[in-house]
Each structure stands twice: as structure tokens, then as C-alpha cells.
Design a protein around this ligand. Structure first.
Ligand SMILES: [Zn+2]
Ligand SMILES: [Zn+2]
Length: 338
């Protein structure tokens, strides 16, 4: 059965028009851009949003956004690289119900980001979102046999969140970098691009990339919370005893970000409140080592646990620690920030 498409495409106003007109940064104008909507039709615009990591390593990656409060909440997963059973258990540890998953955004189709056992384990009204360039890999993995939306550079709407992506180089297939904007409940009409709705705060999500290309940098610069890969320590990688071919593959521009490259990227991207380090290599990295690069920075830094869950972080929290419920592995993973 082919993918069901119920979205309406609208013409996107290029961000460069805003820049050409001398308006503020694309981030602050983003509310005005029309976007297409997801098929689920649920719009929780204006509801509080929190972010957590269920697990992040070469054995499985999955993060979660909780949109809404009380009984009226839905979940968005970023990657589904843990088994459905484990994901359900880890969500349960955060008091969240896997039956509330409304969408899964896939950065790419490597096995540590999508487990084929997810096939038909999603709730019936949930949707997968895959990058246009990952369609054939997704089809092979069975993703396109169920409700699936394909995205590219056009912004799209998930539960009233505005999502935009750019592809970064990674192992030939590329990996989707996301900016997810939480929008205000003001304004009228359908979708995120309505007049009057404003960007409240944003999450940047960048994992599995050998470098941060300028388009991806522009996309996630100045977000409130930046989740970004800090895969390996250069020295540990070079002394790991791994095959030279593997070391080369990891350290090249289409591989993974080192601690140093991650810290340099964070300095350029100027996250406003917090950085969450993703995908730390078990063999070639340590949380302390990765976090040391961010000591004294003007943001909180956390190392995501290999298997979490990391406590949920309120995206729009003002001041103080942003993690509102703690996960054991996370507790020790905070850098001594400024
Ligand atoms: Zn990975
Ligand atoms: Zn990968």
C-alpha cells in the first residue's frame, strides 16, 4: 500500500526575503512562514513542550518531545533506534505512555536510529517522517509501508510544532539536522504559519554528522536547547586499536563529530540555554571528557546517557536547571557551567 498523503502544500516564503527586507533573524520571523501540516491533524500549538533522551549511542538512539500536559499530551520521537519494548519501558520511567506517540522524525536510517521491529508498532494515527533522500533506505526498512510523510528543506508541522531540516554529510546517505520551533497559541487559522503565532523557543537536533554545513548552522543557530553529537575524543579514537579504515571513516567530514568539533560548533551556534551531548562512543569517549570542553560556557551542558532516560527538560524554562525530572544516568552528566 502506498503512503497516505493528506497534507496540503503551500508556497513557502524564502527566509532570504526576510533577510533582504532587513527584518530580524529567520528564527524570530519563522512564525510567518507557511508550512504544510501533518496528516494526524492534531494541533497542540501553545501547549508546553519538554525534551528528553531515552538513549543515545551506537547501540541505539531515541529522543522524545512531550507536547501538552495532563491527559492531553502527545509524543514525538526523534529516531526510533531502540526496540519498541525498550522504548515503551523507558517512556514509562518518565511517566509517559507509548500509546501517545503521534510522530517519529528520522534523522537517517542507520540501524542505531531506526529498528526494523518498529514496522507496525506505532499507534494507528502516528506518522513517520523521513527525508526525501532516505526514501529508498526507508522503503527497504519497511517504513514506507505504513503512514509516512517525506520532508526536505520545506518546513512542516507536527502537532503544532514547526519543524525544519537540513541534510548534513554522513556516510553517503546524509543525516537530517532538525530545528523544532515551539509556537505560541495566539493567532488564528490552521497550522503553524498563521498570522499572530510567534516562536516561543526552539530545539536544535544534530546527530551523526562529520561536520556542520553552513545551511545546518544557519538553521540551528541561537536555539534555546541544542542536542548535538559529541562522538569521540581524538586521542582515544587514534589509540583505540580499531582498524585504520574505521577510524578514517569516523573522523572524516562524512563521519561523526569529535568532542572538539562539537565544542567548536557550539561556540559558533551560540545555544541560549542548554546543550545536550549525544551519541558518545563507549570505546572512544567518556561523559566527563566530552563535558570538559563546555565548562565555563554560557549554557548548561549535559551528556545524554547511553541508555537513559535523561530527565525531561522544559524547553521554555526560564533560568535555573532545566531538567525537571531526573534520570539516574543523567544526574552525573552535567558540566560545571558558568
Ligand atoms: Zn548513529
Ligand atoms: Zn549514522
Amino acid at each position: 500500500m502506498g503512503a497516505v498523503r493528506t497534507v496540503s502544500e503551500r508556497v513557502r516564503v524564502p527566509e532570504t526575503l526576510f533577510e533582504a527586507a532587513g527584518l530580524a533573524s529567520p528564527l524570530s520571523r519563522s512564525a510567518l512562514l507557511p508550512v504544510r501540516r501533518s496528516g494526524s491533524g492534531t494541533d497542540l500549538r501553545g501547549a508546553p513542550v519538554s525534551f528528553g533522551v531515552l538513549g543515545s549511542s551506537s547501540s541505539g538512539n531515541c529522543s522524545v518531545l512531550k507536547v501538552g500536559v495532563g491527559k492531553n499530551y502527545r509524543l514525538v520521537l526523534i529516531d526510533a533506534g531502540l526496540s519498541p519494548l525498550r522504548t515503551r519501558r523507558l517512556l514509562g520511567e518518565l511517566g509517559l505512555d507509548a500509546g501517545r506517540i503521534a510522530a517519529v522524525l528520522l534523522t537517517h536510517l542507520h540501524r542505531d536510529h531506526y529498528k526494523e521491529t518498529w514496522g507496525n508498532k506505532l499507534p494507528s494515527d502516528a506518522w513517520f517522517w523521513v527525508h526525501r533522500k532516505h526514501r529508498s533506505a526507508a522503503k527497504k526498512a519497511g517504513v514506507l509501508y505504513r503512514r509516512t510523510e517525506v520532508f526536505d528543506d520545506e518546513p512542516f508541522d507536527v502537532l503544532g510544532l514547526r519543524v525544519e531540516s537540513r541534510l548534513a554529510p554522513h556516510d553517503g546517505m546524509g543525516s537530517a539536522v532538525f530545528r523544532i520551533d515551539v509556537m505560541s497559541g495566539t493567532g488564528s487559522g490552521e497550522g503553524v504559519g498563521v498570522a499572530g503565532a510567534e516562536r516561543v523557543c526552539s530545539l536544535g537536533y544534530a546527530t551523526d554528522l562529520g561536520c556542520v554545513p553552513s545551511e545546518a548552522e544557519e538553521l540551528v543557530r541561537g536555539v534555546e536547547v541544542l542536542a548535538i553529537e559529541s562522538n569521540y575524543c581524538d586521542r582515544m579514537q587514534l589509540e583505540s586499536g580499531r582498524h585504520a579504515f574505521l577510524i578514517d571513516r569516523i573522523m572524516q567530514d562524512g563521519g561523526h563529530l569529535s568532542n572538539e568539533q562539537c565544542a567548536e560548533a557550539c561556540a559558533r551556534l551560540e545555544p541560549r540555554r542548554a546543550v545536550v551531548l549525544l551519541h558518545l562512543s563507549r570505546q572512544c569517549n567518556e561523559p566527563k571528557r566530552a563535558l570538559a570542553y563546555h565548562a565555563g560556557a554560557g549554557y548548561e551542558a549535559w551528556a545524554a546517557p547511553e541508555v537513559g532516560p535523561m530527565g525531561l527538560m522544559a524547553l521554555d524554562a526560564e533560568g535555573g536547571s532545566s531538567v525537571t525530572s531526573s534520570g539516574g544516568a543523567m544526574a552525573a552528566g552535567r558540566a560545571a557551567s558558568a
